[in-house]
Write a protein that binds this ligand. Structure first.
Ligand code: 13P
Ligand code: SF4
Length: 301
């Protein structure tokens, strides 16, 4: 009735993933939002993702089932502080993770997602100085992998920060042949033990191709739903938090969206994302740069 497309991130509740027209990582969802000819985008994800859909498709109605579905990375980077930091380093460009506010996107030069960051960083001349925000773990991972210094904003994802190295090693001792797949939002102590590091889509592709029968997954555990659907014979174990229980790694923001709230959002076309046009155009410039520079990135880690 609404001529709506339902887009969902892999960290959403299984029933929302199953109802969605498309499930994907942040880059894939941005591309879908930019390309859809639906009249309404119902975004099952967090607010910065729905904001991105509105920035790229301003003529569409974009609804988010729960407007309080934020992100600790977005919260860690208030626009006025980010602006002052940029002004203190005028010879640096701002390469910014998509997990930030529209205002911070408008203050940035190029946006990246975890699946496009490496492709994009490889295109920036080595002598160019870079500020990377707001995720210090993703920034640190890129900095080590590319052997390239970057000024890192000190934000973290509360979900990935909660994995415990001690508990991970205990789990690994019980499953010595199981590889570990980790998201680059994890702290270095977790990434150092990973056999594969990549975005949610990258981790899912790794799960579909690794030869063994058990995989340890160090990212938000709702992605395991897609793995169990695709590979019912294999075992996927969520990496544990400090209490040895993986439930503390459920994203509390993503979990705010429910089937009932999605129904109400589609029925009432509320809560709706609205962005002031001048701000939207500034934020769009840095997102467009990402989409151009990431054009070769297809489901890569
Ligand atoms: P990706 O799906 O792009 O890997 O992002 C993960 C994430 O933290 C989304 O909030
Ligand atoms: Fe933000 Fe982390 Fe939740 Fe993703 S998983 S929305 S980065 S708090």
């Amino acid at each position: 009735e609404r001529k709506a497309v339902i887009l969902a991130h892999y960290y959403q509740r299984p029933e929302l993933q199953d109802l969605a027209d498309f499930v994907g990582d942040s880059l894939e969802l941005s591309r879908k939002a930019a390309a859809t000819d639906a009249e309404v985008i119902a975004f099952c994800g967090v607010k910065f993702m729905a904001d991105t859909a509105k920035i790229l498709s301003p003529e569409k109605i974009v609804v988010l089932p729960d407007l309080d579905a934020g992100c600790s990375l977005e919260d860690s980077c208030p626009p006025e502080k980010f602006k002052a930091f940029r002004e203190a380093h005028p010879d640096h460009i701002a390469l910014t993770y998509i997990n930030c506010s529209t205002e911070v996107k408008a203050l940035s030069d190029i946006i990246v997602t975890s699946s496009s960051a490496e492709t994009i960083l490889a295109q920036i001349p080595p002598e160019q100085k870079i500020i990377f925000g707001p995720d210090r773990n993703l920034g640190g991972y890129l900095s080590r992998k590319f052997n390239r210094e970057m000024l890192l904003w000190p934000g973290v994802c509360i979900v990935h920060e909660a994995f415990s190295e001690t508990e991970l090693l205990k789990l690994k001792a019980q499953h010595p042949d199981a590889p570990i797949a980790a998201h680059p939002e994890c702290p270095p102590a977790i990434i150092d033990h990973a056999d594969y590091v990549g975005s949610t889509s990258g981790i899912l592709n790794f799960a579909k191709s690794f030869p063994g029968d058990t995989l340890i997954v160090a990212t938000e555990p709702h992605i395991i739903h897609q793995m169990e659907k695709a590979l019912p014979g294999k075992t996927f174990i969520g990496a544990p938090g400090a209490d040895g229980n993986c439930n503390c790694n459920i994203c509390p923001y993503m979990a705010l969206n429910t089937l009932e709230k999605l129904y109400v959002a589609l029925r009432d076309l509320q809560p709706r994302i609205e962005i002031e046009e001048g701000l939207r155009l500034k934020a769009k410039a840095s997102l467009d740069r990402m989409l151009e520079m990431a054009s070769g990135t297809v489901g890569k880690g």
